[in-house]
Design a protein around this ligand. Structure first.
Ligand SMILES: NC(=O)c1ccc[n+]([C@@H]2O[C@H](COP(=O)([O-])OP(=O)(O)OC[C@H]3O[C@@H](n4cnc5c(N)ncnc54)[C@H](O)[C@@H]3O)[C@@H](O)[C@H]2O)c1
Length: 252
């Protein structure tokens, strides 16, 4: 309990899946949580679950691919709560339209680059600036994927975007250490969110990655606990790290 006491954490895509699970966990651990989510109903539902359990949360309708909206979400967090400690760039995800590079629709490449990479870049741009302005350091958590860590097939646009997120995470870790801002990422394996459970029925790429996960499909809360560690001061000596939550897939 209270591993995030006193901290303000903004989570993008906190209306579903791993993002919602992380938001609920962060709130249980004492954080004030700002949900920056495109889907109003989903974002408000997360906030009402947090408030219902006695926590503090705020929903800001945000499309992470729009610079003005991400800037506004960060500004709203600072204005309302007077501090800004954690940004978790979680919004994104693979889709059934993605394929190997010779087969995927060209629009799919830009769609993945826009949400998974540009959305993360924007979250870092405004989130890190807010941390620098406050001068108290902070923690950035990006979301990459096991697809960025191993050779795989059938999700090349998504893989390219997540690979870039991993590289960006490492360079920002070096650049912002002087401000005591740590930059890490979680790299989930196939995780049982509603979106991915549907994907598992639609394509065999996601289900193939499950073969190497030694404990089977990951639970969203398992990724949330990894993010909790990176958000908390317990990881104060850790930066530039990509923390896999993949049941051993990348080492087996
Ligand atoms: N679930 C997995 O198997 C898995 C594996 C590896 C990595 N990941 C990564 O974890 C993250 C979360 O995945 P998930 O399975 O929980 O996804 P999800 O689809 O369950 O939830 C994603 C949330 O993000 C929101 N969102 C999508 N686009 C947005 C945008 N442009 N602006 C704001 N909000 C937006 C959605 O409305 C949704 O609430 C993603 O970055 C994904 O790539 C997931």
């Amino acid at each position: 309990m209270n591993r995030l006491e006193g901290k303000v954490a903004l989570i993008t895509g906190g209306g579903a899946g791993i993002g919602r699970e992380s938001a609920l966990l962060f709130a249980r651990e004492g954080a004030t949580v700002v949900i920056a989510e495109r889907d109003t109903e989903a974002g408000q539902e997360t906030v009402s679950q947090i408030r219902g359990a006695g926590g503090e949360a705020l929903f800001i309708q945000t499309d992470v691919t729009e610079a003005t909206e991400v800037e506004r979400a960060v500004a709203a967090a600072v204005e309302r709560y007077g501090r800004f400690d954690v940004i978790y760039n979680n919004a994104g995800g693979s889709s059934a339209r993605d394929a190997r590079v010779t087969d995927a629709p060209i629009e799919e490449f830009w769609a993945k680059i826009k949400v998974d990479l540009f959305g993360t870049w924007l979250g870092c741009r405004y989130g890190i600036q807010a941390m620098m302005d406050a001068g108290n350091g902070g923690s950035v958590i990006n979301c990459t994927s096991i697809f960025a860590l191993i050779g795989t097939h059938g999700k090349d646009a998504y893989t390219a975007a997540k690979g870039a997120v991993s590289a960006l995470t490492r360079s920002m870790a070096v650049e912002y250490a002087q401000y005591k801002i740590r930059v890490n990422a979680v790299a989930p394996g196939a995780t049982a969110t509603a979106r991915v459970l549907k994907l598992l029925q639609e394509d065999n790429v996601t289900s193939k990655s499950l073969d190497g996960q030694l404990f089977g499909i990951i639970k969203p809360e398992d990724v949330a606990y990894a993010a909790l560690y990176l958000a908390s001061d317990e990881s104060k000596s850790t930066t530039g790290h990509i923390l896999s939550v993949d049941g051993g897939l990348t080492i087996s």
